[in-house]
Ligand binder design. Structure first.
Ligand code: HSE
Length: 331
């Protein structure tokens, strides 16, 4: 299986390491190699039809700040310069336009390639168009890592809970906000907590997307479209971020044995992101950078999942699960 990785940032590097470390697994399970035939970051690329050494790309990126010596003007021309089976699109989220990710994903699908992405912009803005395109071309578009990072949610709902009537999903879908709110619970000021979240690498390139609730809203849209079969975009979500939560509000919640958490809610009729009062000790009141989701189903009842919502290896693990699913389906 030949991969092209677009957006070779932290997650792309983590995933290249996973490809290297799971070599034996792929051979044993599928009797075939997984090779990286191309990698592209925002200003350079490297390709080889014979396959690149994943660790050399990772080391090169760490040492030189770029994946290869060559720059490019047209990312699509770079994609077309090698034969690949799956585009792994992991460039930073652009919630306004979908960014380069939207262009490369669309192009790969038009060319009949399968796509794995964790890029929330294209999914939050053009979900139905991209899924219809994938279907018309007989391709797979998978995106487990776009919501909840390593926390299984999309494939869990669509595959493991297939046939269930999923009534609603409520959850914490942004590690940065949860980290900030948890720190504020302990008396730390907002700005200082945000700075720490940025240093930990959880926050988006533009942290406004986290603290204003836009990142959570993208995830709510992705869940609504992929799990509830709705046809909604980012603009359909009622969004309130955490910037107006005062220390006084946190203290008042605390005095009532509650915490304030940024909760995303999805159902057939509801789409919202906003701060909610949660009883201390409740599954949705967790602290730190973890994500969680309560999935309410008709047969299984409530199903709760929890996991690391971001991070290099954590997100790479979700990409790996999509890769394995594609390889199984293509076998
Ligand atoms: N900025 C996001 C978060 C990263 O803090 O959860 C994962 O989408």
């Amino acid at each position: 299986m030949r991969l092209f990785i677009c957006g070779f940032g932290t997650v792309g590097q983590g995933f290249a390491e996973v490809v290297a470390s799971r070599k034996g697994f792929f051979e044993e399970r599928f009797g075939e190699d997984v090779t990286i035939v191309g990698a592209m970051d925002s200003r350079s690329y490297v390709t080889s039809q014979d396959g690149l050494d994943p660790m050399s790309i990772v080391i090169g990126k760490a040492e030189n700040g770029r994946v290869g010596p060559d720059g490019y003007d047209d990312p699509l021309a770079v994609l077309d310069s090698v034969d690949y089976d799956i585009l792994v699109e992991v460039s930073p989220t652009d919630v306004k336009t979908g960014g380069t990710g939207l262009i490369t994903i669309r192009h790969a699908l038009e060319c009949g390639k399968d796509v794995i992405t964790v890029n929330k912009g294209p999914l939050a803005l053009r979900f139905r168009e991209l899924m219809d395109l994938a279907e018309s071309k007989g391709c797979m578009l998978r995106f487990e890592g776009s919501v909840g990072g390593a926390m299984p949610i999309i494939n869990l709902c669509r595959e493991n809970l297939a046939g269930e009537n999923i009534r609603s999903i409520r959850g914490i879908f942004n590690g940065t906000c949860n980290f900030i709110l948890s720190k504020m619970d302990n008396g730390q000021p907002f700005e200082q907590a945000l700075k720490e979240a940025q240093q930990m690498g959880y926050a988006e390139t533009d942290p406004t997307n986290d603290i204003e609730g836009y990142d959570s809203a993208c995830k709510v849209v992705i869940l609504a479209n992929s799990v509830f079969g709705r046809d909604v975009t980012f603009d359909d979500v009622e969004i309130t971020g955490i910037t107006s939560i005062t220390e006084g509000a946190i203290a008042l919640a605390k005095s009532r044995n509650m915490v304030i958490r940024l909760i995303g809610e999805v159902s057939d009729t509801k789409l919202s992101v906003g701060p909610r009062l949660i009883p201390r000790g409740h599954a949705l009141g967790l602290s730190g950078t973890l994500n969680t989701a309560q999935i309410n189903t008709d047969l299984a009842g409530p199903v709760t999942v929890q996991g690391r919502g971001a991070g290099r290896m954590e997100t790479a693990s979700a990409i790996l699960s999509d890769l394995v699913a594609i390889m199984e389906a293509r076998r």
